[in-house]
Design a protein around this ligand. Structure first.
Ligand code: SAM
Length: 276
């Protein structure tokens, strides 16, 4: 199903370029593991949805648990293809193309709905959130991650965000392939300027907190940040939230056991009430 909203089409084009070009080793621990560490119980049983699965690293991770069947949905053909390749040979995975604002899925089917880093790129994030709740079965868990608004951050961090947002005005208008090339060129510099200092500061307990505040500290090699930089500078839409708003989404949707946690952004989770 191709997206019909112009902004969604642009998002698809730009992420399509990312998934067509980004290659590299799979990290030892990815987004799902970080979210799982926050959840009160193992959510991997029954039918699981990875909504906005990208190139499928989390989909593959979740599908490694034979206790569940996983459906990956992404807006881009390239993301769907990469996820299908990554999970080839696993019989408990299905990958489909779809728009999170109108998921081509039945009501109340999924035991666990997971969406990492996607809602904030939608034209109408609240609509996407409602869709995630719609496809969740009563008694199932929903977990999402969205960007934070930096309102509670130090002035220097807020200034950095303003600078990045200013740069984004230029980069979101660039042709995707040119921007990808630029991110490739910038990656070693960001690695040297941010990742390496963050690693050094991370060695001592006294400076560990500071290290954790440094962006792009996750880089594993000089070229490794290409995809992360592109993700940050290519997406046409980027909404940002405070913690209270994320909690409100869950509560207004009637979910229970609602909680949120900071993870350089907000992870929120909750349970859909009612009998399975
Ligand atoms: C930052 S990536 C995150 C990918 C993956 N969840 C991960 O954590 O690696 C955002 C993903 O959301 C997808 N996306 C953006 N808008 C979407 C929409 N309206 N419907 C479905 N997927 C969407 C993009 O194609 C992209 O793959």
């Amino acid at each position: 199903m191709a997206p019909d909203e112009p902004l969604t089409r642009r998002t698809a084009e730009r992420y399509g370029c990312l998934w067509a070009n980004s290659r590299g080793p799979v990290p030892a621990s990815y987004h799902y593991e970080k979210v799982r560490a926050l959840l009160p119980s193992d959510p991997l049983h029954g039918l699981v949805l990875d909504a906005g699965c990208g190139d499928g690293i989390d989909t593959a991770r979740m599908a490694a648990a034979d206790s569940c069947r996983v459906v990956g949905v992404d807006l881009t053909e390239e993301g769907v293809r990469r996820t299908a390749q990554r999970t080839a040979g696993r019989r408990n995975v299905m990958v489909i193309r779809g728009d999170l604002e109108r998921l081509p899925l039945q009501d109340g089917r999924f035991d666990f709905v997971y969406s990492y880093g996607v809602l904030h790129h939608l034209p109408h994030p609240a609509e996407g959130f409602r869709e995630l709740v719609r496809v969740l079965r009563p008694g199932g868990w929903l977990a999402v991650y969205v960007y934070e608004d930096f309102a509670a951050r130090a002035p220097a961090e807020r200034a950095l965000l303003r600078l990045v947002n200013g740069l984004r005005r230029v980069t979101v208008a660039m042709p995707p392939r040119a921007l990808f090339g630029l991110c490739r060129l910038a990656s070693p510099f960001v690695f040297a300027g941010l990742t390496v200092p963050a690693r050094v500061l991370g060695r001592w307990q006294a400076t560990q907190g500071l290290s954790e505040r440094i962006p792009y500290r996750q880089g594993r090699s000089p070229m490794d940040l290409t995809g992360d930089l592109y993700d940050r500078f290519a997406a046409p839409l980027e909404h940002r939230y405070d913690r209270a708003t994320v909690e409100q989404w869950f509560r207004q949707a009637g979910l229970t056991q609602v909680a949120t946690a900071p993870l350089r952004g907000w992870v929120g989770w909750g349970v859909k009430p009612g009998q399975a």
